[in-house]
Design a protein around this ligand. Structure first.
Ligand code: APR
Length: 391
């Protein structure tokens, strides 16, 4: 086995791992990223696209925000729509705004910065395994091109997503997983067509949720709710557009422009939180620690917030003089306090906007709540401040 040493091994090159890597790189803290997939594969995944202010700030701090600041679209509010009714949630109620800028672009920006600054990422590594994270000498083993490697380190950052190896390496009696799966998911299309609505819209239709989102002025991202056991192979772009148009309010259906699918995908909706987020010298960040339904646009922001917070702890340890562990010690509690609020908001938005069951009582409750929101500045403010990110 070939051995080497670094300070921090980051498992996973998604937004959490790449951002943590770039912040460490800027600070001169040695680290290595190990990623299961190829760089091309990571870049081909189409995901989130709404950035809260602290996310933008973290990307600026990492020095990867030039394109975001040039091409990102400020989002000042969104529409909740139901039965040809509309409530506009204006983010000025929370004194904040957010930005539309795709996760794929963030990943690309982070990868380019990493390449330019000489950060080491080993792609297509297999059998990545963290070891001895309960001691002060953790290490990570992996394989690449048929060769076996070992990296000794001070800390391991588990940024390897929901299906990653980090949280699975923790003995079952030391990790508690909270999990809730909705019986439905989202069928999504990405297409180079002008967005049907300037405002991102969440639509409660009797047959299920519909969403109009965008990635730019010429690229749209649309979703609608399907049962979790839907046969996704039975959906092509034509069938998607037909059902999507049918569920849109008339005012939007008339303006819908359709086109070839750049990508179609299915996302099951579930909430999962792994607690704690620290096991000795291994820290979980991003989807490795928690996933949320995309309804509240929180997943990417939570991943970035974790990476930013973990970086602060590592910076204090290496540059604070004397190996201080205070911030690393409080990482899990601090992160979870923030995470649970975002999990609650994502769950609540999902309950408000989706067809939950065949029981008409559920829909009446949703309609009453939507009517309440449309007439209450207090309710709109609550939504605005949760959507834009709680401090
Ligand atoms: N070894 C190495 N890498 C791994 C392993 C493994 N065993 N398992 C998974 N990975 C990699 C994945 O291939 C992926 O590139 O870890 C990375 C995790 O990245 P993400 O899933 O994007 O997670 P994260 O960085 O936390 O970002 C969360 O992604 O899923 C969206 O909505 C979510 O926007 C949020 C963001």
């Amino acid at each position: 086995m070939e051995s080497s040493r670094t300070k921090v091994v980051i498992i996973g090159a998604g937004p959490a791992g790449l951002l943590l890597g770039q912040l460490l790189q800027k600070c001169g803290i040695d680290h290595v990223i190990l990623e299961l997939r190829s760089a091309e594969y990571v870049l081909s995944r189409v995901r989130a696209g709404v950035l809260e202010q602290p996310t933008m700030a973290a990307l600026r701090e990492a020095g990867v925000a030039t394109r975001m600041d040039r091409e990102g679209l400020p989002m000042t509010g969104f529409d909740l729509m139901w039965e040809d009714r509309r409530a506009h949630i204006n983010f000025s109620l929370a004194g904040k705004c957010v930005m539309v800028y795709g996760q794929t672009r963030i990943t690309e920006d982070l990868m380019q910065a990493r390449q330019a600054t000489g950060g080491i990422t080993h792609y297509e590594t297999t059998n990545v395994q963290p070891h001895d994270f309960d001691t002060e000498q953790p290490w990570v083993s992996y394989e690449k091109d048929g060769r076996q490697f070992r990296i000794d380190c001070d800390f391991i950052a588990g940024c390897d997503g929901h299906h990653g190896v980090s949280h699975k390496s923790v003995p079952k009696d030391r990790i508690k997983t909270y999990d809730f799966a909705f019986p439905f998911g989202w069928l999504a299309i990405l297409a180079d067509v002008p967005p049907v609505s300037e405002q991102v819209a969440w639509i409660n239709h009797p047959d299920g949720f519909v969403m109009c989102s965008l990635r730019s002025k010429t690229r749209s991202r649309y979703y609608f709710q399907v049962p979790v056991d839907e046969d996704i192979k039975a959906w092509d772009a034509d069938r998607f557009w037909g059902e999507y148009r049918r569920r849109l309010p008339t005012s939007l259906a008339e303006r819908l422009v359709t086109g070839p699918a750049l990508e179609m995908s299915f996302t099951p909706l579930r909430s999962t939180v792994n607690t704690p987020m620290r096991f000795g010298r291994m820290f979980l960040a991003g989807d490795a620690a928690h996933i949320v339904p995309p309804t509240g646009a929180k997943g990417l922001n939570m991943a970035i917030a974790d990476a930013r917070r973990l970086f602060e702890g590592l910076k204090q340890f290496y540059h604070g003089g004397g190996g201080h562990m205070e911030q690393l010690d409080s990482y899990s509690d601090d992160a979870l306090a923030r995470v649970w609020k975002a999990v609650r908001f994502s769950w609540w938005m999902t309950n408000l906007s989706h067809r939950l069951s065949d029981n008409p009582f559920n829909r009446q409750m949703q309609l009453a709540e939507l009517e309440y929101i449309s007439g209450s500045v207090a309710a709109q403010t609550t939504i605005a401040e949760n959507f834009c990110g709680l401090d």
